[in-house]
Design a protein around this ligand. Structure first.
Ligand code: PLP
Length: 395
């Protein structure tokens, strides 16, 4: 019952203000009419606001945006203009930077496993900092030792993270001394350590613990010229529930970072925090049916498209109808399904919605990260169109 009241209050708000997710519903409808749906819209001003919020919450930490989260040329250009650097993992990501005329000065190559050709490609681009987590990977740098500095990725498992990024990559901390000695024997410079405590983490304590353990490691190997600590990503955003605000999240991280020697360069690789809140996705109802006591709405995009993060990133996005309703309208248990022929392509099975019509629009929010990046063309549905706009164009 309370969900019904909540929905009606929300609809009432919409009725009064015509504002949805901070944007004008009328402007969003106009964009949908102009460009068609599905339409993925990035708000350039939110990209800037998220970047600035994280930069000011982590003073002294240089940002290297994880391109994989939302590999969009406009986003990269905008972040570059703001002074942000980039975490690259593939030749394709390098090509995207090149196409934006962004140089390599503020890049790090974070993929722990690379082909020789990948290393050569990144070196040709001008990238000089690479991540490794095992001996075989260190060996690949013998021919390039005069050009590179390596970071050793350490694995800190974190059960609380929504996405565990230490299962597949990273060495255990106790293995670092062996890797350092191996590199030294080959004449390859180890500059520091990187870690990623997992994506969308609920609290900062995994970061804090990892930083403290890195500080102990650095002290235990004083002969190494440790100059870089890279604390990865993981900074959380709100989806359907609250997330810690970024200032509070980063405060204990800053305290832990104060243990680091002053000369050390501190890096972070945020993806989700910058990209996630910066995009909305407009979809249309293309069909409806009554089945099993519920109304099924078939939309023109779903989990194979820009909502692919539901499959790959364990995310659920807030989704609302765009049109305004009289609050006396009844609401019904409804299902939102994507357009493909696969029955896994269901976005929400249990949503209370007013009666929608074919052609009505829905808006999904917080969809910037790990969504378009992993969208497929299954059934040969084209990927959604994507726009990057100033907020004013939607207000
Ligand atoms: C190496 C690396 N760095 C940074 C990120 C970005 O993490 P997040 O989106 O949690 O900030 C990822 C995510 O997969 C990653 O694998």
């Amino acid at each position: 019952m309370s969900a019904v009241i909540e929905l009606k209050n929300h609809l009432a708000d919409q009725l009064v203000s015509d504002v949805i997710e901070g944007y004008s519903a009328t402007k969003l409808s106009e964009l949908a009419a102009q460009y068609g749906t599905p339409l993925f819209v990035v708000d350039e001003d939110k990209i800037a606001a998220q970047y600035q919020a994280l930069s000011s919450a982590l003073p002294g930490v240089k940002m290297r945006y994880a391109i994989k989260a939302l590999p969009d040329a406009e986003v990269l250009r905008h972040l570059h203009d703001l002074g942000c650097g980039f975490d690259i993992a593939t030749n394709g990501e390098i090509d995207l930077l090149k196409s934006c005329h962004i140089g390599a000065d503020q890049t790090i190559h974070t993929h722990p496993i690379k082909k020789d050709g990948d290393i050569q490609y990144a070196l040709g681009f001008g990238c000089r900092i690479f991540v490794v987590d095992n001996m075989a990977e260190i060996d690949k740098f013998v021919d390039y030792k005069s050009q590179v500095q390596l970071l050793i990725r350490v694995n800190f498992r974190n059960q609380d993270a929504v996405v565990d990024l230490s299962r597949k990559f990273g060495c255990v901390l106790t293995h670092v001394p062996d890797l350092v000695r191996h590199a030294q024997n080959l004449g390859i410079k180890i500059a520091g350590v990187s870690f990623h405590v997992g994506s969308q983490v609920p609290s900062p304590y995994a970061h804090v613990e990892a930083i403290e353990m890195c500080a102990e490691l650095f002290q235990s190997m004083p002969s190494v010229d440790w100059s870089i600590l890279d604390i990865g990503g993981g900074f959380p955003i709100e989806y359907n529930g609250p997330a810690m605000d970024i200032e509070s999240f980063c405060q204990p991280i800053n305290e832990a970072l104060s243990l680091m020697p002053a000369h050390m360069s501190l890096l972070a690789e945020p993806g989700r925090f910058i990209a996630g809140p910066s995009a909305i996705h407009l979809m249309s109802v293309v069909g409806k049916a009554h089945r099993g006591g519920r109304t099924w709405y078939y939309l023109d995009d779903g989990v194979y498209g820009a909502l692919s993060g539901q499959m790959f990133d364990h995310a659920r996005y807030p989704i609302k109808p765009l049109k305004t309703f009289d609050i006396t309208n009844p609401v019904y248990p409804s299902v939102l399904a994507g357009p493909t022929c696969d029955s896994i392509d269901v976005i929400d099975e249990d949503k209370l919605l007013p009666e929608l019509a074919v052609g009505d629009l829905l808006v999904a929010s917080q969809v910037g990260a790990y969504t378009m990046a992993s969208a497929t063309v299954f059934n040969l549905y084209a990927k959604p169109k994507s726009l990057c706009l100033k907020a004013a164009a939607m207000k």
